[in-house]
Design a protein around this ligand. Structure first.
Ligand code: DTR
Length: 337
């Protein structure tokens, strides 16, 4: 009794002095945030940054428990798991479900997104303009993309002919790019790629280059071929009931963070790609192969049909496909200034 009285006095004094945020002393809102890849990778780095910012900006009214490494939801059940409320928040790679996220996956067409910062801002604007039906059951908290994909392989790829029949891991739009170049795309979420490379199921992968360091792929893939092609789009979504239950001031903090977080992640990714390539060259003796402009033109020429094909397919599904592609092109110019 006595101790409780003293504790009460201490809490009251702290509150008056502003040491403890009012809500934190009551019941902070607890939220779970699920992510599929391991903690050191970029989707989880951005998750921790968002958690820190939200906890700080809500003065402790909100506390977020993060679950990296697929411990709560994995790559394939992320969206449905969040809709069902198995996690309050989840981060998903939309390329893993190409048919489900048709509009936003159009950003992974070969339209020339130059880096992750531009990609993230383009994706955000595109989503906001079209508000596709597939997001109607969730609240979107951020959207971002990887940096452009490049080839990481155990064998050198110097010419288009070297791609013939090469087993490379890729998902979604990126897999179609590999097929167009004559390679054999093998689809699987990123976390499974480590074992697939070790066991020789694939000879390399097609992804943004920060994974050379974060997944230590540089230990097995001694070659990078710079093709700087398509990106992978990601989304962070919240269960709609959770969103509706949040106090308006907390909602405002999260709303105000949406574009900022998307751009922050793009910038983080772009810088981290540079570090990863330097590390791969210095510490892992990785060779970076750049294509001559004539050789690169041969690669690019193989990709032209992909956008036309996407427009035809998406138009059939009733989407304003041509306008979506035109918007992406315009948005790239706008954000690349
Ligand atoms: N390249 C995509 C997406 C991706 C890029 N870096 C990471 C890191 C962790 C998970 C996914 C990704 C992919 O290959 O899946």
């Amino acid at each position: 009794m006595k101790t409780r009285g003293i504790t009460g006095i201490i809490v009251a004094v702290c509150l008056m002095a502003g040491f403890i945020p009012a809500q934190a002393a009551d019941n902070p809102v607890k939220l779970s945030y699920a992510n599929f890849p391991p903690a050191p990778t970029f989707p989880c780095v951005q998750m921790e940054r968002w958690k820190t910012e939200v906890e700080k900006r809500t003065n402790g009214k909100v506390s977020i428990d993060t679950y990296p490494g697929g411990t709560l939801l994995n790559a394939k059940n992320m969206m449905d798991g969040v809709i069902a409320g198995q996690a309050n928040i989840g981060n998903l790679c939309m390329a893993y479900q190409p048919g489900r996220f048709v509009v936003t996956n159009a950003t992974s067409l070969p339209l020339g997104i130059p880096n992750a910062r531009v990609g993230s801002l383009v994706l955000w604007d595109l989503w906001e303009k079209y508000q596709p039906e597939e997001f109607s059951k969730v609240k979107v908290l951020a959207m971002f993309t990887t940096a452009p994909n490049n080839i990481m392989s155990k064998v050198p790829v110097r010419r288009l002919e070297d791609m013939k029949g090469l087993d490379l891991r890729a998902s979604g739009g990126a897999a179609q790019v590999l097929s167009a170049w004559g390679a054999n795309p093998v689809g699987m979420p990123m976390p499974q790629t480590v074992e697939a490379l070790q066991k020789g199921v694939v000879k390399g992968l097609f992804s943004s280059l920060e994974v050379m360091k974060d997944f230590k792929f540089a230990e097995t893939c001694k070659y990078i071929t710079v093709v700087d092609t398509v990106i992978y789009p990601f989304a962070v979504v919240m269960n709609m009931e959770t969103w509706k239950s949040l106090p308006p001031d907390v909602q405002k903090v999260m709303d105000d963070l949406r574009v900022e977080q998307s751009e922050w992640t793009g910038n983080y990714m772009d810088n981290h790609v540079k570090e990863s390539v330097e590390w791969s060259q210095k510490e892992q003796n990785v060779e970076v192969i750049t294509l001559s402009s004539e050789e690169k033109a041969r690669w690019d020429a193989k990709l032209g049909f992909l956008t036309e094909k996407w427009i035809a397919d998406a138009t059939q599904k009733g989407l304003p496909a041509k306008a979506i592609v035109d918007d992406i092109r315009t948005l790239i110019k706008k954000h690349n200034k």
